[in-house]
Structure formats: structure tokens, C-alpha cells
Design a protein around this ligand. Sequence first.
Ligand SMILES: [Zn+2]
Ligand SMILES: [Zn+2]
Length: 148
Amino acid sequence: MATSAYPVGVDLEVELRTHGYRVTTARRVVWDVLSAAGDHLTAPSITSRVHAVDPSINGASVYRALTLFAELGLVRESRYEDASTWEPFHDDAAIHLVCSECGQVMHHDTELVPRLRRAIQVATDFAPDEIDVRVSGRCGHCPAESPA
Ligand SMILES: [Zn+2]
Ligand SMILES: [Zn+2]
């Protein structure tokens, strides 16, 4: 299967220090929650998981940590309909497979996205920044609707 987990090996402390930021408790816990989830999480669900670890970290601190991580390229924010979800950064080659039944998001690595990027660059004078491919459908755990 070409579905992948997140790339491991990002050292939060090194990343933050390199850019002149300290590792605060809030930043550390938010990062741990994101890395452990291996999934897309909404800000409220990140906040509730953070609260389970340390109830003194409030929602504003969680949001500030997410914003900083996004600026540093450590997380990827996806806007789906009216909500944003967050996850550790991965490159565009991983496309999102979203189950419309249970909401699970899977990652599928495909060479097609880098090829699409090159095709756009060759055919147009448009410089692609982020390519975010999302495919909706039904995952293997959600049974097809049985005829009533
Ligand atoms: Zn993703
Ligand atoms: Zn499903």
C-alpha cells in the first residue's frame, strides 16, 4: 500500500531554536499531540487533547503554537469546507483521501502530483506554490450502503 504515515525525525527543539524561538510547554505539547495523532485534527480537537495532557494550556496558546508552526513550515493547514485541520507537514506528493462516511483522512503518495507541477510549469507561466489534492469517497472500513 502506498498510504504513508508522517515523516518522522523533525526535532522541534532544533527547528524552533534555529529560527530564534524557545520551546515552551505549550509548543511542545501541541507538537506531541500532532505527531502522535498521525491524522488531520481540528483546532478544538487539538485543544482538547492538549488539555488532557496539561489543563493549564489554553486555546489561545494552542492556536498561537499552530500559527507559529505553520510559519516555520512544520505543519500543514488544510481548509475543508468551514473548518481548518492541522497535521505535521508533508509535501504535495501525498494526496488526501477523505472518507465521506467516517471522515478519516488517509495519505496516498503519488508521483502524479510532481508531474502535474512540472506540466503546469512547462505549459504556463504560472508558478505553482501548494498543490492540495483531495479525493472524497469511502474508506475500506466503511461498508457500502446495503440495499434496504
Ligand atoms: Zn495531509
Ligand atoms: Zn470511512
